[in-house]
Design a binder for this molecule. Sequence first.
Ligand code: ATP
Ligand code: MG
Length: 453
Amino acid sequence: MLTLAEICQATGGRLVAGQPSLKIDTFHFDTRMLSSQSMFIALTGGARDGHDFLQTAKENGAIAALISDITQIPQQEGMAYVVVEDTAMGFANIAKFYRSKLQIPIIAVTGSNGKTTTKDMIAHILESKKKTFKTYKNYNNHLGVPLSLLQIGPDHEIAVLEMGMNHAGEIDFLASIAKPDISVIVNVTDAHIEYLGSKENIAKAKGELLPHTSPNGFAILNGDNPYVVNLRDLYPGKAYFFRTGESADIYASEIQTTDRGTLYKVHIGKSSFTCTIPMFGLHNVSNTLPGIFIANQLGYNSEEIANSLTTLTISPMRFELVKHSGQTVMINDAYNASPTSMKSSITTFSGILPHLRKVLVLGDMFELGEQSIDFHRGVGEHINTLSNSFQMVVTVGDHSRYISELVGVPARHFEKKEQAAEFLQQFLTPEYALLFKGSRGMKLEEIVSSLTN
Ligand code: ATP
Ligand code: MG
């Protein structure tokens, strides 16, 4: 894949042992992921110094390591070393160099919520005809994006990468490495507002993707989100918009929910076709549109696209339908929560399964800074606009108490998950459906498993 000479060229590093012609085919900073032709990246600045693992890396098959401290090379000889000032930066530079040699289209996906879902949907549609690489799980940061790029193999025909951020400048960095041909901005909401201060700043930070996108490619942007629409001018190439309900370059209409999923009509230009997805939520309909549009641009026909959508799978804990021994319907949406995603999830829940009595189980939303209490109250107000939909609201944690306090339906707050689980036992009958949502740190799925065991 890359020779040590190329790695030195890419990083400006110095080879202290080994042959410049030595070929490396995989790279990793986790010694457990190394194989026989691999280079170990000794990261520093984390809980442990990667240099402490050089011996383990060699035992696990690494033939070379990227290091920043020559004094930590173990006594026993054996590996080749490339020495750089900063190994994380060196790793990014290797990925950047590798990307410049790749001939395949790269699709980048960013946004506040729904990146992983949208990335997985794009890849799912494309892989029906092309060997498609996609970011593994949620590897979307300054280490995950370089790692993903370096995992693209010689037989991949297209790649879809997720890019995440908490701070301004991060997407700029990731996009400068990945140099996408096609860019997708899913939305701009208040997730991570603690670090960025305002939605305008969040939008600007997502928009950093566009100047790095090839002007010969295209951008596909969420036309339902005014903050995203405003980013259009940052891109010199062709930008398209996707929308739900309203007309756009691609849009969905006649959206209907059934017990088994969602049915809707997709319009691209003058043509339209019917799609069904085995999942719920307007946001998920919206999340399918970039993938449908990209596939259409790449020559997939409507039948191929509609067929692949029927076999979409939802990642665990993303509005995942869990049944309690054929009885209570539980929807596990506990992967994460921001004010926007929580409200949208609650709205979705209110619109489905009309024959059941519904209970909301909501945990704290984190990273909301000084406005945290207001954001939690906002969720309570939102529930009040839908109050006929819910039988009970149960909140768990700390700030989520402000949701319970505000709602006009029966509500209980618990500080501990065990207490909430105990209380929820009474709803484990076939008449009820329970929705679980909270920030990742709340781990509300633990309540789901305690109720299903
Ligand atoms: P992360 O920042 O953790 O990588 P992400 O952006 O990849 O998150 P997903 O993991 O795809 O997002 O989805 C997380 C949650 O966001 C979902 O469970 C859902 O509640 C909500 N969500 C998904 N798509 C959208 C959307 N288009 N708009 C608003 N909320 C959404
Ligand atoms: Mg993600």
